[in-house]
Each structure stands twice: as structure tokens, then as C-alpha cells.
Design a protein around this ligand. Structure first.
Ligand code: GSH
Length: 200
């Protein structure tokens, strides 16, 4: 398998984290952050012009981090087969895309990659505020559950960890202290076998 990626992207990290947890081998292909996702050749791999893309066999591609995680998780304990538990995984994958990617990931991008230009300050603050709303929902769930779905570590945890672990000072610049259940869950994710860090 070959992963097309940006090394510092949380979306690409989700895939490396799942591959690490599952003990699967793969190769990495760096895509240039400077227009590499918009070349005609890359758009043939990913019509939306984004990484990650996982090539699972020559010319056979999976795009969108949630879909890639579902592909990798299928048939493993990281994607429950029970219909209710499976639905909970999908619920949190959708939540991640709608509520975490647009907020925490966006705030991290504006802060770390763009250094918060003056004209984007209001947008940055709005993304942080939306991020705090997402963290509140996650914290309430984790007050009663060790993981997000099926009472065990699944691809839902991988997806949510991708950017939640970058919400703090070295990422989106948010304060995680008011969300102790999220902080404890981050540690549980780190303790999973095969865990890899963002820059590994
Ligand atoms: N919904 C997509 C979002 C992927 C995404 O936004 N990727 C960013 C990097 S984190 C990207 O490739 N942006 C295009 C670019 O910056 O050229 C997913 O979950 O995979």
C-alpha cells in the first residue's frame, strides 16, 4: 500500500496511526504542499485535490480519511461488526468531519501554517470557539465512555485523535484543561499498541 501525504497533515496522520495500530506495512509518497495536490496527475488520484490518498493496489485508490480508515478497519476489532456499534463509529466519523475538521484543524492551520494574519484573526477565533463546542460534546461522551464507540478503541478514536491532539499550544492554541475527560482519553489513545506520533 502507498500513502500519498503531507507529513504534517492531521488527516494523513490518522491513516499512519491506524496503520501503526494495525501493524500494517506501507510506503509513503510526499506530495508538495506548494500546489502538489492540484496538478493534473494528482487530480487523477484525488478529484477533490486533497491528501490523504491510499493506493491499495496499483491504480486502486481510496480517498477521504474516513473512508480510508473504514477500509483499513474492516475485519479488525477497530471496526465493530455489530450494527449498533458500527453506527456509532460512523456517527463519530461524521462528527469529526463536520465539527472537528472545520474548527480545530482549521484553527491549527491558520495559526501554525499562516501565523494568524490580521485579516484572518476573526475567522481564527470563530474556529477556536467552534472547536470548544466540539470538545464539550466529546468531553460529555467521554465522562461515561472510555472510547467513542463499542467500549473499545476503534477507527472513530483514530479519526478524532488526529486533530484533537493538536488542539493545544503546539497546534490550534486552545486550552484543554476544562475538558479533563478528553485529556484522559488522549492518554488512552497514546497507550494503544503500535501508536505512532505525528512526526514519526
Ligand atoms: N475530508 C478530507 C479532508 C482532507 C484535507 O483537507 N486535506 C488537506 C490536507 S490536511 C489537503 O490536502 N489540502 C489541499 C492542499 O492544501 O493543497 C479527509 O478527511 O481526508
Amino acid at each position: 500500500m502507498k500513502l500519498y501525504e503531507f507529513a504534517t497533515s492531521g488527516n494523513c496522520y490518522k491513516i499512519r496511526l491506524a496503520l501503526g495500530n494495525l501493524g500494517k506495512s506501507y510506503t509513503r509518497e510526499a506530495v508538495s504542499r506548494d500546489g502538489g495536490t492540484k496538478t493534473p496527475d494528482f487530480l487523477k488520484l484525488s478529484p477533490t485535490g486533497v491528501v490523504p490518498v491510499l493506493e491499495i493496489a496499483p491504480g486502486k485508490l481510496v480517498t477521504e480519511s474516513a473512508a480510508i480508515l473504514a477500509y483499513l478497519g474492516k475485519g479488525t476489532p477497530m471496526l465493530p461488526e455489530d450494527p449498533y456499534e458500527h453506527a456509532q463509529v460512523i456517527r463519530w466519523l461524521s462528527f469529526e468531519q463536520e465539527r472537528v475538521l472545520s474548527s480545530i484543524a482549521g484553527a491549527r492551520f491558520i495559526r501554525k501554517m499562516l501565523n494568524i494574519p490580521k485579516e484572518r484573526e476573526a475567522e481564527f477565533k470563530a474556529k477556536q470557539e467552534a472547536g470548544y463546542k466540539a470538545l464539550k460534546i466529546m468531553d460529555a461522551h467521554l465522562a461515561k465512555n472510555r472510547f467513542f464507540a463499542g467500549d473499545r478503541y476503534t477507527i472513530a478514536d483514530v479519526a478524532l485523535y488526529g486533530y484533537t491532539h493538536l488542539a493545544g499550544e503546539d497546534g490550534a492554541g486552545m486550552d484543554l484543561k476544562p475538558y479533563p475527560n478528553v485529556v484522559a482519553w488522549l492518554e488512552r489513545v497514546k497507550a494503544q499498541p503500535g501508536h505512532v506520533t505525528l512526526m514519526q
